[in-house]
Ligand binder design. Structure first.
Ligand SMILES: NC(=O)c1ccc[n+]([C@@H]2O[C@H](COP(=O)([O-])OP(=O)(O)OC[C@H]3O[C@@H](n4cnc5c(N)ncnc54)[C@H](OP(=O)(O)O)[C@@H]3O)[C@@H](O)[C@H]2O)c1
Length: 327
């Protein structure tokens, strides 16, 4: 657990070390309420699969605001580990929300495009019917419902295809394969929007920022102002990058980007050697939605934040990753 003691209001961030948790910690000064201390917890400090651990941590940190960046994210493993996925993704968020509600707190909770069944032909809106295809999606949907039922002021931010320079994710896997394979096969009939964990942090920072007032009042909010903003704008929002791609086109974009940035790099794989396959040709324990684009209209209208195209953040991530590799 990290974070100073004192009587200042506290913000608790779960999922320390995960993609989003690490991004929140790396740029804490961009989003945290000015008067708050932020306590980041990992599994050793607060095990979301253990109700006692959750309650003990809440009692000892006594947060006014919780950002729940932890989740059971192993989509395929969840199919055979149902109890653990439900405990972490549904029971724990509900318990956090129920702890905060009577104490005047608020919750920022993160959810997923996998709450939908993927049968749509236009981007999903927040109030479209859900229909998860697997245990992970079911557990995340149950978490959303538990948060809503608690009555706590909350944002549920549904995001998709998260990547980060530091995390384990598809982009990093493609980078590794680009230097070790000369051909690969990638699913070409699932559509979504890759979203940088840093972009999510930027969204949260902008959402928390006061929307009006003179320029000097537009920096980070106080905790009271953040709680007021959350109460006023409470609800579910679709917070992904803009645009659409498939895993196959995403892989090609990444590999082409590696060659363009470092022509003399260790690349054995050309973008043109990435073969498309239908989902049916790549069986996995969990079914995934074929189409999981999320509509941003409510998000844009409420917060005046326009998500950038996914390529911008993928390209920035490639710049960062290649910048960190010695020539
Ligand atoms: N990754 C995606 O593609 C994606 C897509 C859509 C939505 N989301 C959502 O976005 C949010 C952030 O995801 P992410 O990509 O940052 O996930 P991530 O990189 O997999 O990180 C998940 C974090 O949760 C922690 N965690 C798992 N089980 C725990 C437990 N029992 N107790 C305490 N901590 C536990 C993990 O700790 P350990 O390292 O100890 O396991 C890790 O720090 C999640 O709500 C996720 O559902 C993710």
């Amino acid at each position: 657990m990290s974070g100073p003691d004192g009587e200042r209001p506290r913000v608790l961030v779960t999922g320390r070390g995960g993609q989003l948790g690490a991004a929140l910690e790396a740029s804490v000064d961009t989003w945290k309420p000015v008067d708050a201390d932020v306590v980041f917890v990992g599994r050793d400090d607060m095990d979301l699969g253990d109700a006692d651990s959750v309650r003990r941590t809440l009692e000892s940190v006594a947060p006014r605001l919780v950002v729940n960046a932890a989740a059971y994210t192993a989509v395929d493993r969840a199919e055979s580990d149902v109890d653990a996925a439900m405990a972490v993704n549904a029971t724990a968020p509900g318990a956090i929300a129920c702890w905060l509600a009577p104490r005047g707190g608020a919750l920022v909770h993160v959810s997923t495009d996998y709450v939908f069944d993927g049968a749509a032909s236009r981007p999903y809106r927040e109030d479209d019917p859900t229909g998860p295809l697997g245990v992970y999606g079911h557990s995340k949907l149950a978490g959303e419902e538990a948060v809503r039922a608690s009555g706590v002021p909350h944002w549920i931010l549904r995001t998709s295809w998260v990547f980060s320079a530091g995390g384990a994710n598809f982009l990093k896997t493609m980078m590794r394969l680009a230097a070790s394979k000369d051909t690969i096969t990638v699913v070409a009939d699932q559509q979504g929007a890759p979203t940088d964990a840093r972009r999510l942090v930027a969204f949260i920072a902008a959402m928390l920022r006061p929307a009006s007032g003179d320029a000097s009042a537009r920096g980070a909010p106080t905790t009271a102002a953040a709680l007021e903003t959350l109460a006023r704008t409470r609800g579910t929002y679709h917070a992904t990058a803009a645009g659409a791609t498939t895993w196959h086109a995403y892989a090609q974009h990444v590999v082409a980007g590696l060659h363009a940035r470092r022509p003399e790099g260790p690349w054995t794989l050309e973008a043109s050697a990435i073969q498309p396959t239908p989902t049916a040709g790549y069986p996995t324990p969990a079914r995934r939605p074929l189409y999981s684009l999320l509509d941003h209209d409510r998000f844009v209208r409420t917060f005046d934040i326009v998500p950038p195209p996914w390529q911008a953040d993928v390209d920035a991530c490639l710049d960062e990753l290649l910048g960190s590799i010695a020539h």
